[in-house]
Structures are given as C-alpha cells and as structure tokens.
Design a protein around this ligand. Structure first.
Ligand code: SAH
Ligand code: SF4
Length: 438
C-alpha cells in the first residue's frame, strides 16, 4: 500500500518539475513515507528521521517531510518537540504537497493531515521509479471500515472508499503498454470493493480482460464475506493467479471474536475447503498475530492447529503490538508477557517453516510457469521469478530475460525457494491451454 502511495506522490512531485536523485545527500527535499501498523515499523521511521537530522544540519536548505500513516499520530511531536521535519502530510492530502512546500519556502512548518471521504487519487497516474518493471501494484480502494480490535488502519487511513472502475482499468492499460506482466490489486478489504453497481468479482473480470498475458493477484480479501463467484472466475481464467492471501489472524473462535473478526474457526475452514474444491491446487497464504490480549495457551494452540490443517504456502506472522486509539488499546489489556508472545510467535514460525519445506518438496518434478523478475540475489548466472502460485523460483539464466514467462521443472527446494531447470519460453495462453482432446 505504501509503495502505491509513494508512486502517487512521485507523480505529483514530477508534475511540479522536481527530479529524482539517487542519494539523500543530493536531495533538496526528502519525503519519508510511513507505516503505523506495528511499533517496529514506526521505530524504523524515527531512526531514519534522526539520520536525516544530521543532513539538515549540514544543508540548511534541506526540507524533510513525513508522509502517510504516522502523520496524524505524531505531527506535534515531530514538528515541535523534535524539530526533525518541516512538512507532515496525511494519506489523503498528497495533492496539497506543492502548497505545503511553498509554505516551507516562506519559512513556516506545514501540516495537512485531513482525512477524506472521497479521495482515491483516481485521476493521478502513479509513476513507478522503483520496482522491477515487471510487476506493479494498483490501488483499488482506500481506508477501511472494519475496525478489527487490534488495527490502527481505520484511524490512520480513514473511511473505506472505492476507486472508479474506469480509472483502475486505465491504469492497467497504461501498465500493459509499458510492458508490465503482473498486477496486484490492492485494498485493505478488497472484497468490499463497490463502485456504482460494480463489485470486486466484476472488477477482477474486467481487469483480467485488459491483457490476457498480464497475470493478476489481489490483496487482501476478508474471510468474512469472500465472494464465491470470484473463486469460479479464478478457476476459469488463466491469468487470474491460483493464489489467495486470506488472513486468518487467529485460529480460535473466541480469539476471533475478541479481535472483532466476524467469522469463526469453522467458517474460515469451510471457506478454505471451498477454495480448494473450486480451484484445485490453489496456493494459500495468511497473516497471523501471536499474543493478542488475553490469549490463552489453548487459543495459541488453536492457531497452531489451524495453520497445520490449512498448510499455507506462505504466512506473515507478527507479535501483537498495541496501537493507540484501537479498541484493544481502549478496552483490553496488552497482558501477554513479551517472553510468552515471543515464544508463541517462534513456535508459529517454526511450524510454518516446516510446512513450507514439506509443501515445497512436494513440488519437485512439477512444471510451473514462472514470470522472470530479474537476476537472482545470489548469482548473476541465475534468474528469479514467481510461479502463478506465488512461489519464488531460481533457475539458470540461459537466454531468458526479465519479463519472460518461462516454463520450468522444479528440481530442488528450500523452505523459501524452489530451484528449477528451465524448459522453454512460454506464455500464459500457451501454458494454461486445455490439453487437446484426442
Ligand atoms: N486489511 C488487511 C490487513 C492489513 S494490515 C486484512 O484485514 O487482512 C496487515 C497485517 O498486519 C494484518 O493482517 C495483521 O496480521 C497485522 N497487524 C495489524 N495490526 C497489528 C498489530 N497491532 N499488531 C500486530 N500485527 C498487526
Ligand atoms: Fe485493519 Fe481489519 Fe481493516 Fe484489515 S480489515 S485494515 S486488519 S481493520
């Protein structure tokens, strides 16, 4: 989500005639885009701002700004108390950046942290100055109305609103013209996308028709109301990836209720079953929080067994971190001791690594279509990319290049990566074609 926001800001700054530079030392203006989701994300921002404070001492003309989720929470502290920054811009106020920069030129500190009910930056074409040139994120909605007890997003990013279909399709067409091959549609709760009479399934349908050689993912749907027609569409449409990120957060119904996640363990597991029935071989990933308020050993155990049953291919696992203003902060006590949180998280991670290794071993001998993202981190002789099911694969470079779809055969693995031998350059249409009837 932050990458997508930074790309909107790039566009606004380039329109103002600004030019990107490669290092902080060369810059006249530095913006730090921030995340508030967990305390360690905020700690990293503070450290970064302290680094820039020394640059500000050397270069009196340097302007430093804070963008995004932390803006509202900390505007007073960063501007007045710590004198670290000149501009603070909330996630709905990026259009105001040129005015705010002008205020700073006039010698004032500038703040706009107003949240909006409408802003979707629909008319702004994000400018992608980083990334691999092959996969892109496209934001389809902003904010969230769900109010999960642990989550600060509804407070930092405001109410949920959907971006007009036509503006999303226009952006995807632009990406297609620029040679992008993979698009991930983003929102805090994508299955509540609603623009006029267009729902999320229809949006995926329209998006996937823009170019049959661009493949599509999305993040994140909510388990409470995942639309079944979308499962059928994914099963039928070759360029909708057989991969679903479906955050469980916890494995016991009592904990889910405390978290204000309106589904039970049983409902979640039957959704997973439907996914596997309708899309055979679908790959699943999740988000899990360890050590939320009042978590008992039994509830922790339920999270472990849920993960064991589902056998996710990937999981993002976090220790609970209390955030101001959330329901949990106001009404519950962050009462699982740090060492217990850490121990539970470690158990969850270790079990998940073992599951991933097992799942990956079962891939040996299988063929996949990999979209090449670039050189492998370890060796220039190897390329890396992902399967349709979102698994990272490395293989010998040969004559293949970034942006190619390559059919590969899996030969080996670790818990995080598949190792493969390339078979031939291919395409979505060719690889997923129904075998000819004889
Ligand atoms: N809208 C997405 C989640 C976005 S936040 C969804 O509902 O799935 C990404 C993840 O951060 C969440 O799924 C959750 O696992 C984690 N998270 C959010 N708040 C947290 C907190 N206070 N402490 C620890 N993890 C948190
Ligand atoms: Fe946060 Fe819940 Fe909204 Fe996700 S759905 S952003 S976890 S409040």
């Amino acid at each position: 989500m932050n990458f997508a926001d930074s790309e909107v800001v790039n566009s606004i700054l380039l329109d103002e005639g600004m030019v990107p530079v490669q290092t902080a030392e060369e810059a006249d203006v530095i913006f730090v885009n921030t995340c508030s989701i967990r305390e360690n994300a905020e700690t990293r921002v503070w450290n970064r701002l302290k680094e820039f404070r020394s640059l500000k001492k050397e270069n009196k003309k340097l302007t430093v700004g804070v963008l995004g989720c932390m803006a509202e929470r900390i505007k007073d502290r960063i501007i007045d108390q710590e004198q670290l920054v000149d501009i603070v811009v909330g996630p709905d106020a990026y259009r105001d950046i040129p005015n705010l920069l002008a205020e700073v030129e006039d010698g004032r500190k500038a703040v706009n942290v107003l949240l909006s009910l409408e802003e979707t930056y629909a008319d702004i074409s994000p400018v992608r100055t980083s990334g691999n040139g092959v996969s892109a994120f496209v934001s389809i909605m902003r904010g969230c109305d769900n109010m999960c007890a642990f989550c600060v997003v509804p407070f930092t990013r405001g109410r949920e609103r959907s971006r007009p279909l036509e503006s999303i399709l226009r952006e995807i067409r632009e990406l297609s013209d620029q040679g992008y091959k993979e698009v991930t549609l983003l929102g805090q709760n994508v299955n509540s996308y609603k623009y006029e009479d267009i729902d999320f399934t229809r949006l995926m349908d329209e998006a996937s028709k823009v170019n049959s050689e661009i493949r599509f993912r999305f993040s994140s749907p909510h388990p409470k109301d995942f639309p079944e027609p979308l499962l059928h569409l994914i099963a039928e449409r070759p360029n909708l990836c057989n991969y679903i990120h479906i955050p469980a957060q916890a494995g016991s119904s009592s904990m889910l209720e405390r978290m204000r996640r309106p589904y039970t363990r049983e409902q979640y597991l039957s959704l997973i079953e439907r996914m596997r029935e309708i899309i055979p071989g679908v790959s699943l990933s999740t988000d899990i929080i360890a050590g939320f308020c009042d978590e008992t050993e039994e509830e922790h155990h339920d999270t472990m067994t849920l993960m064991e049953i589902v056998e996710y291919d990937l999981a993002y696992m976090f220790a609970y971190s209390e955030r101001e203003r959330t329901l949990a902060h106001r009404k519950y006590e962050d009462n699982v001791p740090e060492d217990v949180k850490k121990r539970r998280l470690t158990e969850i991670i270790q079990q998940q690594m073992a599951i991933q290794e097992k799942n990956n071993k079962a891939e040996i001998g299988n063929r996949h279509l990999v979209l090449v993202e670039g050189e492998s981190k370890r060796s220039a002789e190897q390329l890396s990319g992902r399967t349709d099911t979102n698994k990272m694969v490395v293989f010998d470079r040969k004559d293949f290049k970034k942006g190619d779809y390559v059919e590969v055969e899996i030969t080996d693995c670790t818990s995080a990566t598949l190792i493969a031998k390339p078979v031939a350059k291919s395409s979505i249409t060719e690889f997923f074609a129904e075998p000819a009837l004889v």
